[in-house]
Design a protein. Sequence first.
Length: 278
Amino acid sequence: MLEIGVRLPAMIGDVGEYLADAAALEAAGVESLWVGEQSVLPVAATSRPAPDLDPWVLLAGIAAVTHRARLGTAVSSIAAWPPVLFATMATSLDHLSRGRLVVGGGVGNHPVRFVAGGLSARERGRRLEEFVTVVRAIWSGSREPFRGEYYDVPALEVAEPRRPGGPPIVLGARGRAGFLRAARWGDGLIHPGGRPDEVASALAQVLEFRKGEGRSGPFESWTLVPAPAGRAEWRQTLEAYGATGLTGLIVAWDPRLLDLLRNPDAEVDRSDLALAQG
């Protein structure tokens, strides 16, 4: 059975309403809440939406008003962070959320985020792979120095993670190189979206790569889907993606979602009432 996640906007209108929506979605049965990352963008010659707020700070606020739903990024350019700072930040957020954090990472669509941090935007995929290795070593409690192609980390101690080995790291991917990266280094996959058959094919590739790497154990898989226009489309979406083998869907936020989730069978109920009344 598909788990349902919702991708909240990463821009706040009214703070109270934003946090109330997060709490209401959890109360309606949503298993996870996600935030995207478009907080650093190049200056554009044409108009487009303004940059978003930082997803990690938003998740900290959401953690304070929720209790059960998992909290994740879908997705963040995590390798633009220094790995030690990221590891301690994510550990802090995982403690704050009582072990509900899911780190959704990817290479990102905008190289400017890396350049602005003094990093080369080239080979972002390889940097991400080494970044995940360093962060996992920190979360494992390693006190050994690390020297790689991109990172040189001395022996150090940081706060212990909330969970052994730290929170899961699921990697966003849309092509073969990303699928292989998710299979080798990820605890899961976030697919950017597409037809159910396309998503099923992508997941099959990742699982085949993972098998070839000799990896086993839990592996979650998600895809992004647009908000449904109504109940009929919602049912069709659930049926279509239910056969893909995915763990769940990350649905784009829409005000109508709350009504769909709270009253999934409203049309059926109305039909039954009409029959009962003759």
